[in-house]
Design a protein around this ligand. Structure first.
Ligand code: ADP
Ligand code: MG
Length: 214
């Protein structure tokens, strides 16, 4: 069963991964965007890790709702409201349960991913974060490791696509040949999920520098 601590470790591991990969995410956002995806998400997930350590919400739903609100309020740019919506809507779907099993989480996460698609008006194949989110989600009932691999494959498969949504779509045909930054960060979210499932992502794994865990 997945409890509030598991979801805190997921988002803490995401913050560490985003911090580590921020330069690469921004580089991917240079040719087909405005070179801010890494700095956007670093700001957002650092704030998420900080607020989760401070407030320690007690249920999975409350952890995700708080994290989503924090992303929306700290990240300018398309990805803030989109990832914020993903977490908020997933959290809302989990309700007030103290624990959830993997199947229940996958069902709630589908609500969240569908909300991202509705908010952004995008569909799979449009060269957005959805191209990693849906494959990861679809593989989640198999295992966390399978979801990590499927999301990464989905991100890599955005390279030959032509962008139909977001800033990259302004480039039309010239968006072809570049990996989508948002799909790449979505793959990091699934990698962090697999890490949390292996027991990683505790605050002392990287976000705190004073040696005191949460
Ligand atoms: P901005 O484009 O405002 O600079 P970011 O650079 O932080 O925001 O995020 C860009 C990423 O957001 C893209 O790579 C893409 O994956 C995702 N994205 C942009 N628009 C949409 C949309 N309408 N639906 C889904 N994802 C989107
Ligand atoms: Mg950008």
């Amino acid at each position: 069963m997945l409890d509030a601590d598991f979801f805190r470790r997921w988002l803490t591991a995401t913050a560490v991964a985003v911090d580590r990969e921020a330069d690469r995410l921004t580089e991917l956002d240079s040719p087909i965007g405005d070179a801010d995806h890494g700095s956007n998400l670093r700001r957002g997930f650092t704030a998420v890790a900080t607020v989760l350590e401070k407030e320690e919400p007690g249920t999975p739903g409350a952890v995700l709702a708080l994290a989503g609100r924090q992303l929306i309020s700290t990240v300018g740019g398309a990805s803030g409201p989109l990832y914020g919506t993903l977490l908020r809507r997933t959290g809302k779907a989990l309700g007030e349960a103290a624990e959830v099993d993997t199947a229940g989480f996958a069902e709630a996460l589908r609500t969240g991913v569908d909300a991202v698609a509705a908010l952004g008006g995008a569909a799979p194949g449009d060269k957005t974060m959805l191209d990693a989110l849906y494959p990861g989600l679809d593989a989640l009932t198999e295992s966390f490791g399978a979801a990590e691999a499927a999301a990464l494959d989905g991100a890599l498969a955005t390279t030959p696509l032509r962008a139909r949504k977001g800033r990259a779509s302004y480039l039309g045909e010239r968006s072809v040949g570049h990996q989508d930054p948002g799909a790449t960060s979505s793959a990091l979210l699934f990698a962090a999920l697999a890490e949390a499932a292996r027991g990683g992502g505790a605050p002392e794994d990287g976000t705190r520098e004073d040696g005191h865990g949460g």
